[in-house]
Design a binder for this molecule. Structure first.
Ligand SMILES: [Zn+2]
Length: 190
């Protein structure tokens, strides 16, 4: 399929639930007594295979009328569910120890990580808090507020043709801007 297959964790050799069930079926067919430690092993295997924490390695949606399933991210997944679009998820069993490696700092109600904001159920294996954005270097803009003055002059001229109410409103605005320009350019001068 696509290159995404390469990014999925390898589960080669990992037993899945059906492997354990097949072993149990074969043992029952053989008819011998089963040692307790083997029953305990089956129990642990099934418990881990069926009830351990699992998260999907791939999410897909099928748009109405489209024959294709396309890969989506978690945000799109929730969006698609709300819009009742068909979705499907591929689950692989968690690799041994994967949960132990998690170093998230769960919120008291265990809904999300307080460091990286990952939701509890969908958290990445490792906590990677977002880095604060690099401050953008601001270059002083070559702009002189006085360049606006001729525009204000022209606006005032044009306003003479407008109603008294409009004229007063725009005169108030232009006067404010003129005063602001005056103050700014005065401060800017050494
Ligand atoms: Zn985290």
């Amino acid at each position: 399929m696509s290159k995404d297959c390469n990014t999925a964790p390898s589960v080669e050799g990992m037993p899945v639930a059906s492997d354990t069930l097949r072993t149990m079926r074969d043992a029952a067919r053989a008819g011998y007594p089963i040692p307790a430690h083997l029953v305990g092993e089956w129990f642990r295997a099934l418990r881990d295979q069926l009830f351990a924490d699992q998260r999907p390695v791939r999410l897909e949606q099928n748009d109405p009328g489209s024959p294709y399933w396309i890969q989506i991210d978690e945000r799109q997944w929730h969006h698609a569910l709300r819009r009742r679009i068909n979705v499907r998820a591929l689950y692989l069993h968690p690799l041994p120890g994967e949960r132990r490696r998690q170093n998230h700092k769960w919120s008291p109600d265990r809904t999300h990580c307080t460091a990286c904001n990952d939701p509890f159920e969908w958290a990445e294996p490792y906590c990677v808090p977002p880095q604060p954005p690099e401050p953008m270097s601001t270059k002083p803009q070559p702009f002189n507020p006085r360049w606006v003055l001729p525009i204000l002059d022209r606006l005032e001229l044009a306003m003479r043709r407008e109603s008294k109410q409009e004229r007063e409103k725009w005169n108030r605005e232009t006067n404010l801007i003129r005063r602001s320009i005056e103050e700014n350019t005065r401060e800017a001068q050494p």
